[in-house]
Design a protein around this ligand. Structure first.
Ligand SMILES: [Zn+2]
Length: 277
């Protein structure tokens, strides 16, 4: 009798243990399951990062992305018909200078001057054109592609880009809008072709012709123009560098976040391995 009683108690406590273990196991599975579901939701930014190929290149590639920091001003491309009087279609030998001109016919618009260049293919009485014409409202019309010869700067046509400017009166002074577009276009082109301050020249510097009149008569204004171009280039470069620095800082903080995550993940794995042993 005694033996049976003991046996019964023992049996009862054994099945009780199993039940507790089953409940415990179930709780562990449920908790782990909830944890698994909740974890990815915890940090969406991190999850997005985990899908990317994040490496040193990820940080460094921002530094080579700059290109031309000066934005290209709005240019209305109206290329002339190829003809021997205004657009011969010949390639330049590279770009060594940006040559500044004035149109010598006050109050005419950029469009009128473009159309005049175009009409020379029929008039056939003279050769004349420019790569760009800037109008009184600051509008820019491109007549000849950058890498093609235009007929504006005599001996330098084969290695330059010419910019003609409209003006209001006999002084030859540019309007504020014309001047502003000229600064932006010259800054863009000099950056694009890797040119320095002394590679911005006047028609006058090639042939001695009084062109652009106001900036031949006012040497100080010509120097001021070149300063304005260089200052604008510097301003654009600084702005572009600030954007790159912000992007780089953002990427670095993302990489830091990822490193912390990976480290804690590795620690968790080591811990669970230790527990299993
Ligand atoms: Zn000229």
């Amino acid at each position: 009798m005694m033996m049976d009683k003991d046996k019964g108690v023992k049996k009862k406590s054994k099945s009780g243990h199993i039940l507790i273990w089953l409940i415990f196991l179930e709780v562990v599975i449920v908790v782990a399951g909830i944890g698994y579901i909740l974890l990815p939701k915890e940090d969406k930014e991190l999850e997005a990062l985990l899908d990317q190929d994040v490496s040193i290149d990820y940080i460094e590639e921002t530094e080579t992305e700059m290109g031309n920091p000066v934005p290209k001003p709005e240019v209305d491309e109206q290329f002339l018909t190829i003809n021997e009087y205004s657009r011969p279609g010949d390639k330049t030998d590279g770009i060594k200078y940006i040559v500044i001109h004035y149109l010598a016919n006050p109050k005419t618009t950029a469009q009128q001057n473009h159309d005049y260049f175009e009409s020379l293919k029929d008039l056939q009485n003279m050769s004349m054109s420019a790569n760009y014409v800037i109008g009184l409202e600051g509008e820019i019309i491109q007549c000849v592609p950058d890498d093609e010869i235009a007929y504006a700067s005599n001996n330098e046509n084969h290695e330059s880009i010419s910019i003609e400017n409209c003006h209001k009166d006999d002084s030859g002074k540019f309007t504020e809008a014309t001047y502003d577009s000229l600064v932006r276009l010259t800054a863009y082109l000099t950056e694009e072709y890797g040119l320095d301050r002394d590679q911005i020249i006047r028609h006058y510097d090639i042939t001695g012709k009084e062109c652009p009149k106001y900036y031949v008569e006012h040497e100080d204004k010509w120097e001021e123009f070149k300063d304005d171009v260089m200052n604008y280039r510097e301003q654009c470069r600084e702005e572009a560098l600030a954007v790159i620095a912000a992007e780089k800082a953002k990427r670095e903080s993302e990489v830091d976040l990822l490193a912390v995550y990976l480290e804690s993940n590795a620690r968790d794995e080591t811990d669970s391995e230790t527990e299993n042993q």
